[in-house]
Design a protein around this ligand. Structure first.
Ligand SMILES: [Zn+2]
Length: 364
Protein backbone atom coordinates (compact mmCIF):
# COMPACT_ATOMS: atom_id res chain seq x y z
CA UNK A 1 0.00 0.00 0.00
CA UNK A 2 1.41 3.41 -0.96
CA UNK A 3 1.84 6.07 1.69
CA UNK A 4 0.87 8.98 -0.53
CA UNK A 5 -1.85 9.43 -3.07
CA UNK A 6 -0.39 10.10 -6.48
CA UNK A 7 -1.59 13.00 -8.61
CA UNK A 8 -3.39 10.71 -11.01
CA UNK A 9 -4.76 7.80 -9.00
CA UNK A 10 -4.41 4.33 -10.51
CA UNK A 11 -7.54 2.36 -11.32
CA UNK A 12 -9.12 0.96 -8.18
CA UNK A 13 -8.40 -2.61 -7.20
CA UNK A 14 -11.74 -2.92 -5.54
CA UNK A 15 -15.11 -1.26 -5.88
CA UNK A 16 -14.58 2.31 -4.57
CA UNK A 17 -18.24 2.32 -3.51
CA UNK A 18 -17.92 -0.66 -1.18
CA UNK A 19 -17.81 1.51 1.92
CA UNK A 20 -20.90 3.39 0.78
CA UNK A 21 -22.76 0.15 0.22
CA UNK A 22 -22.32 -0.65 3.89
CA UNK A 23 -22.70 2.76 5.40
CA UNK A 24 -24.16 5.95 3.98
CA UNK A 25 -22.79 8.48 6.46
CA UNK A 26 -21.47 11.90 5.51
CA UNK A 27 -18.00 10.64 6.43
CA UNK A 28 -18.23 7.81 3.88
CA UNK A 29 -19.58 10.22 1.26
CA UNK A 30 -16.59 12.49 1.88
CA UNK A 31 -14.25 9.54 1.54
CA UNK A 32 -15.88 8.66 -1.77
CA UNK A 33 -15.61 12.28 -2.92
CA UNK A 34 -11.88 12.46 -2.06
CA UNK A 35 -11.32 9.22 -3.93
CA UNK A 36 -12.15 10.89 -7.23
CA UNK A 37 -10.56 14.28 -6.43
CA UNK A 38 -7.40 13.59 -8.46
CA UNK A 39 -5.72 16.94 -7.77
CA UNK A 40 -6.77 17.27 -4.12
CA UNK A 41 -8.41 20.61 -4.80
CA UNK A 42 -11.56 19.81 -2.87
CA UNK A 43 -13.60 19.81 -6.06
CA UNK A 44 -13.92 17.70 -9.16
CA UNK A 45 -12.97 18.55 -12.72
CA UNK A 46 -14.89 17.16 -15.68
CA UNK A 47 -12.41 14.27 -15.81
CA UNK A 48 -12.91 13.44 -12.12
CA UNK A 49 -16.64 13.52 -12.62
CA UNK A 50 -16.43 11.26 -15.64
CA UNK A 51 -14.23 8.79 -13.76
CA UNK A 52 -16.75 8.78 -10.94
CA UNK A 53 -19.62 8.04 -13.34
CA UNK A 54 -17.64 5.29 -15.04
CA UNK A 55 -16.92 3.57 -11.74
CA UNK A 56 -20.48 4.02 -10.57
CA UNK A 57 -22.17 2.72 -13.71
CA UNK A 58 -20.28 -0.51 -14.08
CA UNK A 59 -20.59 -4.21 -13.65
CA UNK A 60 -17.77 -6.02 -11.83
CA UNK A 61 -15.41 -3.10 -12.60
CA UNK A 62 -16.38 -3.05 -16.29
CA UNK A 63 -17.81 0.41 -17.03
CA UNK A 64 -21.00 0.70 -19.03
CA UNK A 65 -20.88 2.87 -22.12
CA UNK A 66 -21.96 6.43 -21.32
CA UNK A 67 -22.77 8.94 -24.02
CA UNK A 68 -20.50 12.00 -23.73
CA UNK A 69 -23.58 14.21 -23.95
CA UNK A 70 -25.11 12.42 -20.98
CA UNK A 71 -21.96 12.86 -18.90
CA UNK A 72 -21.90 16.54 -19.84
CA UNK A 73 -25.60 16.89 -19.00
CA UNK A 74 -25.13 15.26 -15.59
CA UNK A 75 -22.20 17.59 -14.97
CA UNK A 76 -24.18 20.71 -15.85
CA UNK A 77 -27.11 19.55 -13.75
CA UNK A 78 -24.89 18.79 -10.76
CA UNK A 79 -22.88 22.01 -11.03
CA UNK A 80 -25.50 24.22 -9.40
CA UNK A 81 -23.32 27.33 -8.99
CA UNK A 82 -21.97 26.88 -12.55
CA UNK A 83 -18.32 27.37 -11.69
CA UNK A 84 -17.32 24.43 -13.87
CA UNK A 85 -16.25 22.34 -10.86
CA UNK A 86 -18.25 19.95 -8.69
CA UNK A 87 -17.72 20.64 -5.02
CA UNK A 88 -18.67 18.34 -2.19
CA UNK A 89 -22.00 20.07 -1.45
CA UNK A 90 -23.08 19.83 -5.04
CA UNK A 91 -22.04 16.20 -5.19
CA UNK A 92 -23.81 15.42 -1.97
CA UNK A 93 -27.12 17.07 -2.67
CA UNK A 94 -27.42 15.91 -6.24
CA UNK A 95 -26.21 12.40 -5.72
CA UNK A 96 -27.11 11.32 -2.23
CA UNK A 97 -30.44 9.70 -3.03
CA UNK A 98 -29.39 8.66 -6.51
CA UNK A 99 -26.21 7.07 -5.23
CA UNK A 100 -28.06 5.29 -2.50
CA UNK A 101 -30.54 3.79 -4.94
CA UNK A 102 -27.83 2.82 -7.40
CA UNK A 103 -25.69 1.12 -4.75
CA UNK A 104 -28.34 -0.11 -2.36
CA UNK A 105 -31.61 -0.53 -4.24
CA UNK A 106 -34.66 -1.86 -2.40
CA UNK A 107 -35.99 -4.37 -4.88
CA UNK A 108 -39.40 -5.94 -5.34
CA UNK A 109 -40.30 -8.85 -7.59
CA UNK A 110 -43.85 -8.47 -8.91
CA UNK A 111 -45.13 -11.82 -10.21
CA UNK A 112 -48.05 -11.09 -12.52
CA UNK A 113 -50.96 -13.50 -12.97
CA UNK A 114 -49.19 -16.89 -13.05
CA UNK A 115 -52.64 -18.48 -12.85
CA UNK A 116 -53.94 -21.80 -14.20
CA UNK A 117 -56.35 -20.28 -16.71
CA UNK A 118 -53.48 -18.54 -18.54
CA UNK A 119 -51.43 -21.75 -18.59
CA UNK A 120 -53.74 -24.70 -19.09
CA UNK A 121 -57.24 -23.24 -18.72
CA UNK A 122 -59.74 -21.21 -20.68
CA UNK A 123 -57.27 -18.49 -21.74
CA UNK A 124 -54.19 -20.65 -22.13
CA UNK A 125 -51.47 -18.71 -23.93
CA UNK A 126 -50.66 -21.69 -26.16
CA UNK A 127 -54.00 -21.05 -27.91
CA UNK A 128 -53.17 -17.37 -28.50
CA UNK A 129 -51.46 -15.99 -31.65
CA UNK A 130 -47.89 -16.00 -30.26
CA UNK A 131 -48.26 -19.66 -29.31
CA UNK A 132 -46.34 -19.26 -26.07
CA UNK A 133 -46.29 -21.83 -23.28
CA UNK A 134 -47.25 -20.03 -20.08
CA UNK A 135 -45.92 -22.71 -17.78
CA UNK A 136 -42.36 -22.06 -19.00
CA UNK A 137 -42.20 -19.03 -16.72
CA UNK A 138 -42.65 -21.12 -13.57
CA UNK A 139 -39.14 -22.68 -13.31
CA UNK A 140 -37.53 -19.35 -14.29
CA UNK A 141 -39.45 -17.42 -11.62
CA UNK A 142 -38.71 -20.13 -9.05
CA UNK A 143 -34.99 -19.90 -9.83
CA UNK A 144 -35.13 -16.13 -9.45
CA UNK A 145 -36.94 -16.50 -6.12
CA UNK A 146 -34.28 -18.94 -4.89
CA UNK A 147 -31.22 -17.06 -6.13
CA UNK A 148 -32.03 -13.38 -5.75
CA UNK A 149 -32.23 -11.45 -2.51
CA UNK A 150 -35.43 -9.51 -3.17
CA UNK A 151 -36.60 -7.30 -0.32
CA UNK A 152 -40.24 -7.71 -1.30
CA UNK A 153 -42.22 -10.23 -3.37
CA UNK A 154 -45.72 -9.58 -4.69
CA UNK A 155 -48.12 -11.97 -6.42
CA UNK A 156 -50.94 -10.55 -8.52
CA UNK A 157 -54.18 -12.29 -9.48
CA UNK A 158 -56.65 -11.61 -12.24
CA UNK A 159 -59.77 -11.96 -10.08
CA UNK A 160 -63.08 -11.60 -11.90
CA UNK A 161 -66.73 -11.97 -10.88
CA UNK A 162 -68.96 -14.17 -13.13
CA UNK A 163 -70.52 -11.15 -14.83
CA UNK A 164 -67.22 -9.51 -15.79
CA UNK A 165 -67.20 -7.17 -18.77
CA UNK A 166 -64.13 -8.78 -20.38
CA UNK A 167 -65.82 -12.17 -20.88
CA UNK A 168 -66.92 -12.97 -24.44
CA UNK A 169 -69.77 -14.96 -22.90
CA UNK A 170 -71.10 -11.76 -21.26
CA UNK A 171 -71.21 -9.59 -24.40
CA UNK A 172 -75.02 -9.37 -24.32
CA UNK A 173 -75.20 -8.27 -20.68
CA UNK A 174 -74.44 -4.60 -21.36
CA UNK A 175 -75.61 -1.96 -23.81
CA UNK A 176 -73.25 -1.48 -26.79
CA UNK A 177 -72.29 2.03 -27.91
CA UNK A 178 -73.37 2.84 -31.51
CA UNK A 179 -69.74 3.76 -32.27
CA UNK A 180 -68.61 0.20 -31.58
CA UNK A 181 -67.04 -1.23 -34.76
CA UNK A 182 -68.74 -4.59 -34.28
CA UNK A 183 -72.02 -5.59 -32.67
CA UNK A 184 -72.38 -8.22 -29.96
CA UNK A 185 -73.69 -10.63 -32.63
CA UNK A 186 -70.75 -10.05 -34.97
CA UNK A 187 -68.03 -10.02 -32.30
CA UNK A 188 -65.48 -12.79 -32.26
CA UNK A 189 -63.02 -13.65 -29.49
CA UNK A 190 -60.31 -10.96 -29.06
CA UNK A 191 -62.46 -8.34 -30.87
CA UNK A 192 -63.15 -5.08 -29.06
CA UNK A 193 -66.60 -3.78 -28.16
CA UNK A 194 -67.46 -0.32 -26.89
CA UNK A 195 -69.91 -0.46 -24.00
CA UNK A 196 -72.11 2.51 -23.09
CA UNK A 197 -71.30 2.21 -19.38
CA UNK A 198 -70.93 4.08 -17.17
CA UNK A 199 -68.07 4.12 -17.49
CA UNK A 200 -68.01 4.03 -21.29
CA UNK A 201 -65.25 1.56 -22.14
CA UNK A 202 -63.68 -0.17 -25.07
CA UNK A 203 -63.07 -3.75 -24.05
CA UNK A 204 -61.30 -6.70 -25.66
CA UNK A 205 -63.39 -9.85 -25.38
CA UNK A 206 -61.55 -12.74 -23.76
CA UNK A 207 -62.94 -16.17 -23.00
CA UNK A 208 -64.23 -16.30 -19.40
CA UNK A 209 -61.17 -16.72 -17.18
CA UNK A 210 -59.87 -16.39 -13.64
CA UNK A 211 -63.28 -16.38 -11.98
CA UNK A 212 -62.85 -15.66 -8.28
CA UNK A 213 -62.23 -18.72 -6.07
CA UNK A 214 -62.09 -21.19 -8.95
CA UNK A 215 -59.24 -23.53 -9.85
CA UNK A 216 -58.55 -21.45 -12.95
CA UNK A 217 -57.81 -18.40 -10.81
CA UNK A 218 -55.37 -20.26 -8.56
CA UNK A 219 -51.63 -19.78 -9.00
CA UNK A 220 -49.77 -22.59 -10.80
CA UNK A 221 -49.16 -25.40 -8.32
CA UNK A 222 -45.38 -25.43 -8.83
CA UNK A 223 -44.85 -21.70 -8.32
CA UNK A 224 -42.94 -21.08 -5.08
CA UNK A 225 -44.94 -19.07 -2.57
CA UNK A 226 -42.75 -17.03 -0.25
CA UNK A 227 -43.76 -15.95 3.24
CA UNK A 228 -44.70 -12.34 3.95
CA UNK A 229 -45.48 -11.66 0.31
CA UNK A 230 -47.93 -9.04 -0.94
CA UNK A 231 -51.01 -10.45 -2.71
CA UNK A 232 -52.86 -8.15 -5.11
CA UNK A 233 -56.28 -8.98 -6.57
CA UNK A 234 -57.35 -7.01 -9.64
CA UNK A 235 -60.30 -6.94 -12.04
CA UNK A 236 -62.92 -7.49 -9.36
CA UNK A 237 -65.10 -4.60 -10.58
CA UNK A 238 -67.58 -6.24 -13.03
CA UNK A 239 -67.68 -3.14 -15.27
CA UNK A 240 -64.00 -2.23 -15.65
CA UNK A 241 -61.13 -4.53 -16.58
CA UNK A 242 -57.74 -4.24 -14.93
CA UNK A 243 -54.58 -5.28 -16.75
CA UNK A 244 -52.15 -3.45 -14.48
CA UNK A 245 -51.57 -4.48 -10.88
CA UNK A 246 -51.54 -0.77 -9.89
CA UNK A 247 -54.67 0.69 -11.52
CA UNK A 248 -57.73 -0.52 -13.43
CA UNK A 249 -57.82 0.19 -17.17
CA UNK A 250 -59.80 3.42 -16.70
CA UNK A 251 -57.67 4.58 -13.76
CA UNK A 252 -60.81 4.85 -11.64
CA UNK A 253 -59.48 2.76 -8.77
CA UNK A 254 -56.03 1.95 -7.44
CA UNK A 255 -55.00 -1.33 -5.87
CA UNK A 256 -52.93 -1.34 -2.68
CA UNK A 257 -49.73 -2.34 -4.52
CA UNK A 258 -48.14 1.12 -4.74
CA UNK A 259 -48.94 1.90 -1.11
CA UNK A 260 -47.49 -1.43 0.06
CA UNK A 261 -44.31 -0.99 -1.99
CA UNK A 262 -43.88 2.57 -0.68
CA UNK A 263 -44.39 1.35 2.91
CA UNK A 264 -41.44 -0.98 2.34
CA UNK A 265 -39.31 1.79 0.72
CA UNK A 266 -39.07 -0.07 -2.57
CA UNK A 267 -37.02 1.72 -5.26
CA UNK A 268 -36.78 -0.98 -7.95
CA UNK A 269 -39.57 -3.09 -9.41
CA UNK A 270 -38.83 -6.27 -11.39
CA UNK A 271 -41.83 -7.53 -13.36
CA UNK A 272 -42.36 -11.14 -14.50
CA UNK A 273 -45.28 -13.36 -15.44
CA UNK A 274 -48.22 -13.47 -17.86
CA UNK A 275 -48.93 -12.02 -20.30
CA UNK A 276 -46.06 -9.86 -21.55
CA UNK A 277 -48.09 -7.64 -23.87
CA UNK A 278 -51.13 -7.31 -21.58
CA UNK A 279 -50.87 -7.41 -17.78
CA UNK A 280 -47.07 -7.51 -17.48
CA UNK A 281 -46.52 -4.46 -19.70
CA UNK A 282 -49.43 -2.54 -18.14
CA UNK A 283 -47.97 -3.19 -14.68
CA UNK A 284 -44.48 -2.15 -15.80
CA UNK A 285 -45.85 1.05 -17.35
CA UNK A 286 -47.62 2.07 -14.14
CA UNK A 287 -44.55 1.15 -12.13
CA UNK A 288 -42.60 3.71 -14.20
CA UNK A 289 -45.38 6.25 -13.67
CA UNK A 290 -44.99 5.75 -9.93
CA UNK A 291 -41.24 6.45 -10.28
CA UNK A 292 -39.93 2.99 -9.57
CA UNK A 293 -36.83 1.99 -11.47
CA UNK A 294 -38.45 -0.69 -13.57
CA UNK A 295 -36.98 -3.87 -15.03
CA UNK A 296 -38.74 -6.53 -17.08
CA UNK A 297 -37.19 -10.00 -16.83
CA UNK A 298 -37.82 -11.22 -20.36
CA UNK A 299 -37.23 -14.96 -20.00
CA UNK A 300 -39.69 -14.98 -17.08
CA UNK A 301 -42.57 -13.63 -19.22
CA UNK A 302 -44.77 -15.10 -21.95
CA UNK A 303 -47.26 -13.20 -24.09
CA UNK A 304 -50.33 -13.26 -26.32
CA UNK A 305 -49.24 -11.70 -29.62
CA UNK A 306 -45.66 -11.39 -30.93
CA UNK A 307 -46.24 -8.10 -32.77
CA UNK A 308 -47.92 -6.53 -29.75
CA UNK A 309 -45.08 -7.71 -27.49
CA UNK A 310 -42.65 -5.75 -29.68
CA UNK A 311 -44.88 -2.64 -29.64
CA UNK A 312 -45.08 -2.72 -25.85
CA UNK A 313 -41.35 -3.34 -25.57
CA UNK A 314 -40.53 -0.20 -27.54
CA UNK A 315 -43.04 1.87 -25.60
CA UNK A 316 -41.72 0.69 -22.22
CA UNK A 317 -38.15 1.23 -23.35
CA UNK A 318 -38.94 4.78 -24.35
CA UNK A 319 -40.23 5.44 -20.84
CA UNK A 320 -37.12 4.04 -19.15
CA UNK A 321 -37.99 0.39 -18.47
CA UNK A 322 -35.11 -1.96 -19.17
CA UNK A 323 -35.29 -5.57 -20.37
CA UNK A 324 -32.91 -8.16 -18.98
CA UNK A 325 -32.32 -11.89 -18.75
CA UNK A 326 -32.91 -13.51 -15.36
CA UNK A 327 -29.24 -14.49 -14.97
CA UNK A 328 -28.13 -10.86 -14.51
CA UNK A 329 -30.73 -10.04 -11.86
CA UNK A 330 -28.74 -11.18 -8.77
CA UNK A 331 -25.94 -8.67 -9.54
CA UNK A 332 -28.41 -5.86 -10.16
CA UNK A 333 -30.32 -6.48 -6.93
CA UNK A 334 -27.02 -6.63 -4.99
CA UNK A 335 -25.91 -3.25 -6.40
CA UNK A 336 -22.93 -4.76 -8.23
CA UNK A 337 -24.35 -4.51 -11.75
CA UNK A 338 -25.30 -0.81 -11.91
CA UNK A 339 -27.12 0.23 -15.07
CA UNK A 340 -26.92 3.89 -16.08
CA UNK A 341 -30.25 3.83 -17.91
CA UNK A 342 -32.10 3.01 -14.68
CA UNK A 343 -30.84 6.14 -12.98
CA UNK A 344 -31.83 8.72 -15.58
CA UNK A 345 -35.43 9.21 -14.41
CA UNK A 346 -34.66 9.22 -10.70
CA UNK A 347 -31.77 11.66 -11.16
CA UNK A 348 -34.08 14.06 -12.95
CA UNK A 349 -36.65 13.66 -10.21
CA UNK A 350 -34.10 14.35 -7.46
CA UNK A 351 -32.83 17.46 -9.18
CA UNK A 352 -36.35 18.77 -9.59
CA UNK A 353 -36.93 18.28 -5.88
CA UNK A 354 -33.72 20.12 -5.04
CA UNK A 355 -34.71 22.95 -7.39
CA UNK A 356 -38.14 23.18 -5.79
CA UNK A 357 -36.63 23.36 -2.32
CA UNK A 358 -34.12 26.02 -3.38
CA UNK A 359 -36.46 27.87 -5.74
CA UNK A 360 -34.03 27.47 -8.60
CA UNK A 361 -35.92 27.84 -11.87
CA UNK A 362 -35.75 24.89 -14.26
CA UNK A 363 -34.76 26.32 -17.63
CA UNK A 364 -35.09 23.01 -19.38
ZN1 LIG B 1 -58.83 -10.85 -16.98
Amino acid sequence: MGQKESMSPPPFDSDPFDCLKRNFTEEELKKCFRHFDSTNQGSWSHDDFQRFLKELFSNKRQPYFLLTELVEQYFQETDFNQDNRIDFDEFQQAWKETLKTTLKPVSALVIVDVQNDFISGTLALHSCPANHQGEEVVPVINRVLRNVRFDVVAYTYDWHPHNHISFYENRYLREIDPESKVSADEAKLLDSLIFVGPPRVEQVLWPAHCVQDTRGAALHKDLILVDNAIHVFKGANPNVDSYSAFWDNMKLAKTTLDEQLKERNVTDVYVVGLATDICVSATAMHSLEHNYRTVLIEDACRGVDAKEIEVKRLELNRHGCIFVDSNVVPGMVDGIDRRPELTRNIFKENLNNIRLKKNIPNER
